[in-house]
Design a protein around this ligand. Structure first.
Ligand code: GAR
Length: 189
């Protein structure tokens, strides 16, 4: 049984899709959820699912201690699912090749600092793009620049708002993120 750690800051719909996949497939379990937002919806999911969680604070974080805590769960993968901070280099270094992220656009476009959640969709619509999508990639010390594992595309409609585009993007994310995780775990077996 593979151990997965999820880092998330928001509602946690991607975390929920991954937890549902774990329950259906019995190949992995989410052993820990880490969040930087004490009120994040993802923590309600953790409570309901009886998954241990950890709240971290940028100003007080003790990186070596956090690394020890993460290592104690022996994660096969650390999965960023709407985590809105840059992961410190000490963590990307320790878990090199084991941290993956999902981004709600076709990187390298619409990536980098400040490009998260609705900001991404607003920028895509403002630029008049006809197409957007998702990128699942490895995480290294450079924001949104790790090697790409998978991209999936969707149309941007003329009438789209950031909300309607976000809904379309979320559907792609919920479909592909668990499948990419399954694919990566199979390579470790
Ligand atoms: C997702 O759309 C994810 O791609 C995005 O945050 C959303 C979280 O939704 N991540 C980023 O923008 C990272 N730069 P969720 O909390 O419902 O999973």
């Amino acid at each position: 049984m593979h151990s997965l750690i999820i880092f998330a800051s928001g509602t946690g719909t991607n975390a929920a899709a991954i937890i549902a996949w774990c329950k259906e497939n019995n190949k992995a379990k989410v052993s820990l959820i880490v969040s930087n937002k004490p009120g994040a919806g993802v923590l309600d999911i953790a409570r309901n699912e009886h998954i241990p969680f950890l709240i971290i604070d940028k100003h007080t974080i003790h990186e070596a201690l956090l690394i020890e805590q993460l290592q104690s769960y022996h994660p096969s993968l650390i999965i960023l699912a709407g985590f809105m901070w840059k992961i410190p280099a000490s963590i990307t270094g320790t878990f090199a090749g084991k941290i993956i992220n999902i981004h709600p656009a076709l990187l390298p476009a619409y990536g980098g600092k400040g490009m998260y959640g609705h900001h991404v969709h607003e920028a895509v619509i403002t630029a008049g793009e006809k197409e957007s999508g998702i990128t699942i990639h490895y995480v290294n010390e450079a924001y949104d620049e790790g090697n790409i594992i998978l991209q999936a595309h969707c149309a941007v409609q003329n009438a789209d708002t950031s909300d309607t585009l976000a809904t379309r993007i979320h559907k792609l994310e919920h479909y592909y993120y668990p499948r990419v995780i399954e694919f990566l775990l199979a390579q470790l077996d």
